[in-house]
Write a protein that binds this ligand. Structure first.
Ligand code: AMP
Ligand code: ZN
Length: 490
């Protein structure tokens, strides 16, 4: 197994990755709250963990990848008040909450499939694990780290912090939290503002409710991930991931809940993906500052002048390290599109390249080492992609500048390129190559017809030239005569 280093948010250091069980990795990633379509920011986080999942598998680990669906208990303002996001949508649209859940779960799956992410090994839902959540609450109450008030149960952060360390992931100190949180307004059942709900009693109008020893109510958002991760991965597992914005309070509370029950830290490596921004601001469902993947793929949006395919979008996102912020811009996407096509063309050319007795101008073992070194350094996909472009340069060198490749190096390079592009980065290179060929053939054909039309016009054969133009229009291809000749658009 290769030596892999990962950046652990728990201590802010890159650490050598050692799995609890040899050759096996348990990985949990917080999934979407299914009350609206996933935007491209959400997709970035799921693509980041898809890369990590793919690379771990590529290294030979057996991975159990659990990614949940949040379909209950995530309240509007992320605190412990307000309406459940799904119930609110159901009320506004006058449909069942489970219809909301189904609609946006389907959208989530379809979108992630277009972006070529692999399905997780298990995809549990919060509503399917109410019993497990109730059991954990009973346990936390029994251990004395929670209290019941009026049918709701809250986690006692101060009491927990006396024995454990609340804030170890986000670096926050309970004293500062006390200082910085608003005083309770007298309406709240909580003893302290930093306490968080494990179970909430449902108000009369709250539709999503389940019976429990405390009240008809619903579980707190943080609890579902503790219940599902421990059920499927055990009390202690290797990797827990999610977007940076989940570090606090969501993941901090997960740690507290699990430690309250088991007295041990639940996760060895906490990995957080950084945000996708649009116009310099975080892309978010709630603010409207977002673009939906389908709007991007179809070109039906007010942000970009042209559509970008799912392959190009994925390539663009992987050209940044998962821990850096990425801003979505047309110029960067256009550059990615060009780069992606160059890469696809080069892979196609490599297949047809004539071989020589020896390789000149390329050190295959050295190159392979550099590629693995990049990925072993906290999944550095932009650096891996830069090394893939060294191959593009070399292939052009073989074609035009007297460099050469041996038979065995060609075989090895071809299969490694395939592994890195298709298996690790999850890029559908064949699709890109076919699309590129189709585009090329289409452009050549239309230009040939433009040439025939020009000849007909100079022979004053206007019935032929008009027929060519009209038939192209019937196929959805518009000709435009300008001073630099005729161009076309589709
Ligand atoms: P949500 O459905 O809002 O709970 O988010 C699902 C996942 O997407 C979580 O892991 C979030 O951290 C992540 N996420 C939300 N907004 C963004 C963004 N702008 N960029 C990257 N990831 C995001
Ligand atoms: Zn979670």
């Amino acid at each position: 197994m290769q030596e892999l280093y990962v950046y652990n948010s728990l201590n802010g250091k890159k650490e050598k990755f050692t799995s609890i069980t040899p050759d096996y990795v348990g990985m949990y990633v917080c999934g979407p709250t299914v009350y609206s379509n996933v935007h491209l920011g959400n997709c970035r986080t799921f693509i980041s963990f898809d890369l990590i999942y793919r690379y771990l598998k590529h290294l030979g680990y057996k991975v159990r990848y659990v990614r949940n669906i949040t379909d209950a208990g995530h309240l509007e303002n992320d605190a412990d008040v307000g309406e459940d996001r799904i119930a609110k949508k159901a009320r506004l649209e006058q449909i069942e909450p489970m219809e909301v859940v189904q609609r946006y779960t389907v959208d989530f799956h379809q979108t992630l499939e277009k972006l070529n992410t692999l399905p997780p090994s298990i995809e549990p839902t919060a509503t399917g694990h109410i019993i497990e959540q109730i059991e954990i609450i009973k346990d936390i109450l029994a251990k004395g780290f929670a209290y019941e008030v009026n049918g709701s149960v809250y986690f006692d952060v101060l009491k927990f912090n006396d024995v454990h360390n609340y804030g170890k992931l986000s670096g926050r100190k309970v004293e500062d939290l006390i200082h910085n949180t608003r005083e309770l307004d007298g309406q709240s059942d909580k003893r302290n503002p930093q306490d968080f709900a494990l179970w909430k009693k449902a108000e009369a109008q709250h539709i999503m409710r389940w019976p429990s020893p405390w009240s008809d109510g619903f579980p707190g958002w943080h609890l579902e991930c503790t219940a599902m991760s421990s059920k499927y991965l055990g009390e202690q597992f290797d990797i827990h991931g999610g977007g940076m914005d989940l570090k606090f309070p969501h993941h901090e509370c997960e740690i507290a809940q699990a430690e309250a029950v088991n007295s041990t830290s639940p996760v060895n490596y906490w990995l957080h993906a950084n945000m996708l921004t649009l116009n310099g601001k975080k892309m978010a469902k709630s603010t409207g500052n977002n673009i939906l993947p389908d709007e991007m793929f179809s070109g039906k949006n007010d942000i970009f002048t042209t559509p970008f395919s799912p392959e190009v979008t994925r390539f663009f996102l992987l050209q940044a390290h998962y821990r850096s912020i990425v801003d979505l811009s047309e110029a960067a996407l256009v550059a990615s599109e060009k780069g992606f096509q160059r890469l696809a063309e080069a892979i196609d050319t490599l297949e047809k390249l004539d071989t020589s007795t020896e390789t000149k101008g390329f050190d295959y073992p050295q190159w392979k080492k550099k590629c693995y070194a990049a990925m072993n350094d906290d999944f550095n996909s932009p650096l891996l992609i830069a090394h893939l472009f060294d191959v593009v340069k070399f292939i052009n060198g073989v074609r035009n500048e007297g460099l050469s490749i041996s038979d065995s190096d060609k075989d090895a390079l071809q299969s490694k390129m395939h592994e890195f592009t298709n298996d690790v980065l999850g890029l559908k290179m064949q699709v890109a190559a076919v699309e590129d060929k189709n585009q090329h053939a289409l452009k050549g054909t239309v230009n040939m017809l433009i040439e025939l039309r020009n000849q007909a016009r100079s022979n004053r054969d206007f019935s032929t030239s008009d027929a060519i133009r009209d038939q192209l229009v019937a196929l959805g291809i518009q000709l435009k005569d300008g001073k630099d000749g005729t161009t076309f658009s589709i």
